[in-house]
Design a protein around this ligand. Structure first.
Ligand code: LLP
Length: 409
C-alpha cells in the first residue's frame, strides 16, 4: 500500500477538517495519474474503459478523460454523465444488467454501443434501436473476486449470457437488424492472488476463442472487452498487483489467435478499483471514545453511510491518526454513528487511543467509497476534495438537510 496521505502533515489535515467539516473524501491527482500510467504501460495494446462505478466524482472523470481513457457505464445516468463530462459516444460502453425498457430507451437515445447479457434485453433493445451497435457479455463460468458478492461470472452469478444460448442471441441480433461489434466479459473484482490472475487470463483467452467462433459466424468484431477486476493492496504490508505480467500474457494470447494485425479486434479493458482506490482517503474526526469490557470503541463522524466496504464485505482499510497520541497501544474498534452493530470501519486495530476531536485518516478509500455512500439515518454524504497542482479544491459539497430529506423539493 502506498499512501500519499501520510506525507501530508497533521496540521494541514486539521486545517482542512476545520475549513470543510468532516467527514470528507480527499483525492490526489498525482496518484491517480500514476495508476493510470501503470495500466497504460502494462496493457499498452489495450484501450481503457474506466469503470466509473468505482468513483464518479467529476474531477476524477475529468482526470481520466485527460489520460485518453474511455468509460464503462452500467446505468443510463452513468452514461449520460460521462457524455456530459466530455467523453465521446464511441468512448462510452453501456453495460446493462436486467435493464428496464425505460433504461434501454434512454441509452438508445444516446447512440452508444450497448452491451447486453440476456436474450430478452437484446430483443427489447433491438425493437427500439434497429441498426444500433451492440456487444454481448458472455459468462465463461470463470469467476473470482475478493468476496462472493463481487464474483461476476459462474454458477451463482446473475451476469453474462451462457454459451448454450449464444446462437440464439446471434439470431435475435440478426432478426432485429442490430450490428454485433464486440464481445465482453467481467470475471469479478479485487483480483490480487496468482490464482485470481490465472482465472482472469483463462477467462480472457476463453473469450478470444469465443470471439473467433463468432467472427466465423457473423464477420469481424471491432473489439473484445475482457473486463476489469485488478486488485490493489489495502493492508499496510500488501502490495498492489503487478499488472505487467497480466498484460504481456494476454497480448501473447491475442496475437496467437489473430496473427494478422489488420484482422485483430481491438482489446478493451475496464479497470475501476485499480485506478482510483489508492488516490482517495476518507478524513474523519473522532467524536466519542467509549471503553467497555476489554474494548476501546472509537466513534467517528464517518460510518457505514460514508464507507460501507468494511460492513458489507468485511474489507480492511488502513486507519491512522496523522497526529498519533503518546501512550500504550490498545485494542481499538473504529465505528460510526449509525444505528446498526455492523456499522464498523475497522475492527481490532492495535493503536494508541486518539483523543476525542482528533482527525483520523481511512486509507485506500478512493474506489467504491463515496460511490457507495448513502444517506442512511438521514446523514449527509461527505464532501469531496481534490488535490491538484498544489491546491485543494472542493469538487463536491457535503449534502445539506434539504438534499437528504427531500424537504422542499
Ligand atoms: N466492468 C464491469 C462490468 C463491472 O461490473 C466492474 C465492477 C468493473 C468493470 C470494474 O471492476 P474493478 O476493476 O473495479 O474491480 N463494490 C465492490 C466492487 C464491485 C465491483 C462491481 N463491478 C467493492 O467495493 O469491492
Amino acid at each position: 500500500m502506498k499512501d500519499w496521505a501520510r506525507s501530508i502533515d497533521a496540521g494541514e489535515w486539521e486545517s482542512l477538517a476545520r475549513e470543510h467539516g468532516t467527514p470528507f473524501y480527499a483525492y490526489d491527482a498525482k496518484v491517480l495519474h500514476d495508476r493510470c500510467n501503470d495500466v497504460s504501460l502494462a496493457f499498452s495494446q489495450a484501450e481503457v474503459r474506466y469503470a466509473m462505478k468505482a468513483n464518479a466524482c467529476p474531477a476524477v472523470l475529468d482526470a481520466i478523460r485527460a489520460e485518453g481513457f474511455g468509460i464503462d457505464a452500467v446505468s443510463a445516468w452513468e452514461a449520460r454523465f460521462a457524455l456530459e463530462r466530455g467523453f465521446a459516444k464511441d468512448e462510452v460502453l453501456y453495460t446493462g444488467n436486467f435493464p428496464s425498457d425505460d433504461e434501454l430507451r434512454e441509452v438508445a437515445g444516446m447512440g452508444l454501443i450497448v452491451n447486453l447479457d440476456a436474450l430478452s434485453a437484446l430483443d427489447r433493445y433491438g425493437a427500439m434501436a434497429r441498426g444500433a451497435k451492440v456487444s454481448i457479455r458472455v459468462d465463461l463460468e470463470e469467476g473470482a473476486g475478493h468476496h462472493p458478492h463481487v464474483v461476476t461470472a459462474g454458477d451463482e452469478s446473475k451476469f453474462g449470457l451462457t454459451l448454450d444460448v449464444l446462437d440464439e442471441a446471434l439470431a435475435i441480433i440478426a432478426r432485429r437488424g442490430l450490428r454485433l461489434v464486440g464481445l465482453h466479459q467481467h470475471v469479478g473484482s479485487g483480483l490480487s492472488t496468482d490464482e485470481h490472475r490465472e482465472v482472469w487470463l483463462r477467462a480472457a483467452t476463453g473469450l478470444f476463442d469465443v470471439a473467433l467462433r463468432v467472427e466465423r459466424a457473423t464477420g469481424p468484431l471491432e473489439f473484445v472487452d475482457v473486463g476489469g477486476g485488478f486488485g490493489v493492496g489495502y493492508r499496510e504490508d500488501e502490495r498492489t498487483v503487478e499488472l505487467a505480467s497480466w498484460g504481456s500474457a494476454l497480448e501473447r494470447a491475442r496475437i496467437e489467435r489473430w496473427p494478422d494485425p489488420k484482422r485483430r479486434p481491438a482489446l478493451w479493458i475496464e479497470p475501476g478499483r485499480y485506478l482510483v482506490a489508492e488516490c482517495g482517503v476518507l478524513v474523519t474526526r473522532v467524536s466519542t471514545i467509549k471503553r467497555a469490557r476489554d474494548r476501546v470503541w472509537i466513534g467517528t463522524d464517518a460510518g457505514m453511510h460514508s464507507l460501507i466496504r468494511p460492513a458489507m464485505y468485511g474489507s480492511y482499510h488502513p486507519v491512522y491518526a496523522p497526529r498519533p497520541r503518546a501512550g500504550a497501544s490498545e485494542r481499538c474498534f473504529i465505528v460510526g454513528p449509525i444505528c446498526e452493530s455492523g456499522d464498523v470501519l475497522a475492527e481490532e486495530r492495535t493503536m494508541p487511543v486518539p483523543d476525542e476531536g482528533d482527525v483520523l485518516i481511512i486509507g485506500v478509500a478512493g474506489a467504491y467509497g463515496y460511490a457507495m455512500a448513502s444517506t442512511y439515518n438521514l446523514r449527509a454524504r461527505p464532501a469531496e476534495l481534490f488535490f491538484e497542482r498544489d491546491e485543494w479544491k472542493v469538487v463536491r459539497e457535503r449534502e445539506r438537510y434539504e438534499h437528504v430529506t427531500g424537504n422542499g423539493v
